[in-house]
Design a protein around this ligand. Structure first.
Ligand code: SF4
Ligand code: SF4
Length: 351
């Protein structure tokens, strides 16, 4: 489990266990949920449509054997049902806000009954933007519920009536892979529900989503030119494990993710000019676009590399990168090439 999330989860549980620290526990829980939800938002904002129905670990044991779209649906369907049918006993967000229609989901269940190709087919049908809106609304609604909880509520339990009520909603399939959920939830008190659907369940599925997206990026980069438009080498980039390269639709480089359209300004500019990369541009030395913005620590090191490519070509550039990584222990090029592109270029030529 991610160390940071695991520690927050542990702290949260310890704080919730005493009345004196209960409020701090709720704050910690909200902080953990915020941090986890950022991952979901980042995936939605940066990944292409096809990423949401791909299943790179099909057939494997574990949560990573699903799709990104399924994972999001499943996390928030479970939370919506538990929060609104069990804790507040009002209407689920799915129905109250019409997401049963707008997400285009063919089911209203948690999805536990689906497997293999059915998950792919289900994921293809979902409107991902609406799915994200649904997830966000469920999160916000649950955050409010959690904020209103009192310490005494943690011991609240659910009886046979709740089991019958949940079965009557049709939100949990009768399939053997799903029907265990209702007794599982109902044997817990609210403290137990906080521990699972509202926190740990998120961690497990969001970690699995990370594995899925990383594998998708790795696969996307196979056979693709490893030289980025700005002059960096994807083969030597510290983000290489997570980023699918700016030459594919799986580009999760920071400048792409910060751009409203999800495209790095350097990539956009090169495409508009019809050039292979910034190393072919006459304005390279004075350019301040995208990765070359002066406030970016890596701007000059990237420029130095682009200048090197301009003079010696990509093949030689990748070789010098290999040599530098053999010689020095570093993760980001400015650590070696510094903050002056002329000096950085000189270092590359000397190596
Ligand atoms: S961040 Fe840039 S250099 Fe790094 S892998 Fe992504 S596109 Fe390549
Ligand atoms: S103007 Fe800047 S961003 Fe555009 S191609 Fe030239 S160097 Fe690259």
């Amino acid at each position: 489990m991610d160390k940071n999330w695991s520690e927050m989860n542990k702290d949260m549980q310890a704080l919730l266990s005493k009345e004196a620290t209960f409020r701090d526990g709720i704050s910690k829980l909200l902080e953990l949920r915020e941090s986890l939800f950022e991952q979901v938002a980042q995936i939605i904002n940066t990944f292409p449509e096809e990423a949401f129905y791909r299943m790179p670990f099909a057939g494997a044991e574990g949560y990573h054997s699903k799709t990104l779209a399924y994972s999001i649906w499943h996390i928030f369907r479970i939370e919506d049902i538990v929060a609104h049918e069990m804790i507040t006993e009002d209407r689920q967000v799915l129905f109250a806000q019409g997401f049963d229609k707008s997400t285009h989901s063919p089911v209203i269940t948690t999805g536990n009954e689906l497997s293999g190709d059915d998950i792919t087919a289900f994921s293809k049908q979902l409107d991902v933007k609406e799915l994200y809106r649904y997830a966000l609304e469920v999160k916000q609604s649950s955050d409010q519920i959690l904020q209103q909880l009192k310490y005494v509520d943690l011991k609240r339990r659910f009886g046979e009536e709740m089991i019958a009520k949940l079965q009557g909603t049709g939100c949990v399939s009768e399939d053997e892979n799903a029907n265990w959920l209702i007794p599982y939830w109902c044997e817990k008190d609210i403290r137990g529900l906080i521990k699972m659907p509202f926190s740990r369940h998120w961690i497990m599925h969001i970690e699995a989503m990370r594995r899925i997206k990383n594998r998708l990026c790795k696969t996307a980069r196979k056979g693709v030119d490893p030289v980025a438009y700005c002059g960096l080498s994807c083969n030597h980039c510290f983000l290489g494990e997570w980023c699918g390269s700016c030459r594919t639709v799986y580009n999760t480089c920071s400048f792409a993710t910060y751009s409203p359209d999800g495209i790095c300004p350097n990539v956009k500019c090169c495409k508009e000019k019809g050039i292979d990369g910034c190393y072919e541009c006459d304005s390279l030395e004075s350019c301040e676009k995208g990765f070359y913005v002066p406030s970016n620590d890596g701007a000059n090191a990237a420029k130095a590399q682009a200048l090197y490519i301009r003079k010696h070509g990509k093949k030689e550039f990748l070789k010098v990168q290999d040599r530098l990584h053999q010689k020095y222990d570093f993760s980001m090029s400015p650590e070696i090439l510094g903050q002056d592109y002329r000096e950085g270029f000189r270092i590359l030529e000397e190596n």
